[in-house]
Write a new protein. Structure first.
Length: 194
């Protein structure tokens, strides 16, 4: 078990994904995610391993500079919860590593579902026992695909890899983030429509 509070990857505290492994294969195909992407995500994991805090500084700076985004870490009255932000930050850093290094198997699929539940009113605030707004608007999950993808490229380019390798790492990251947001969307979609 990880020392990161609330990080329950691979435990029985995580519900099973409503998506089967076979259905997940279809999702991979839909975003053109294959073995080469897995290879380049592993390389991205090596490249990013010692840059996690810098990546998080950039992302948290982005969120913090937009009141409508930091709102999801507040009590709804404009009072941000610094402890909540810090707890989520630790799991966000682990998410970067999981995105790059974990096998995309049943445990990974299940944890993506857990992440979606934690953004949705189903489980938001429960992991950290905080009093905060009850739900992250789905539109921001989708919108975040762009900044989370666009900003990672400069970090991928910092270790001297060729432009082609950086682009392959970046494309693999983009495909993974897109798939993950699709998976996180399950709690937001009406039964039968997801």
């Amino acid at each position: 078990m990880s020392s990161i509070p609330g990080y329950t990857y691979g435990t029985d505290q995580v519900a099973r994904s409503p998506l089967t492994v076979a259905e997940f294969e279809g999702l991979k195909q839909a975003v053109l995610f294959g073995p080469e992407d897995e290879k380049y995500l592993r390389l991205a994991g090596e490249v990013l391993a010692d840059q996690i805090e810098d990546v998080l500084d950039l992302w948290y700076g982005f969120v913090g500079s937009h009141p409508h985004l930091v709102y999801y870490f507040t009590d709804g009255q404009g009072n941000a919860n610094a402890e909540y932000l810090a707890a989520v930050r630790k799991r966000f850093g682990q998410w970067i590593l999981d995105t790059c290094n974990r096998p995309y198997d049943q445990a990974w699929l299940d944890y993506q579902h857990e992440i979606g539940l934690r953004h949705h009113r189903t489980k938001k605030n429960q992991t950290d026992g905080v009093h905060s707004v009850p739900n992250v608007a789905h539109r921001y999950l989708v919108a975040f695909i762009y900044p989370i993808t666009a900003t990672i490229k400069s970090f991928l380019a910092k270790k001297g890899h060729s432009a082609e390798e950086v682009e392959k790492m970046h494309q693999a990251w983009f495909k993974s983030v897109t798939m993950q947001v699709a998976l996180w969307s399950a709690p937001y979609v009406k039964d039968g429509d997801w």
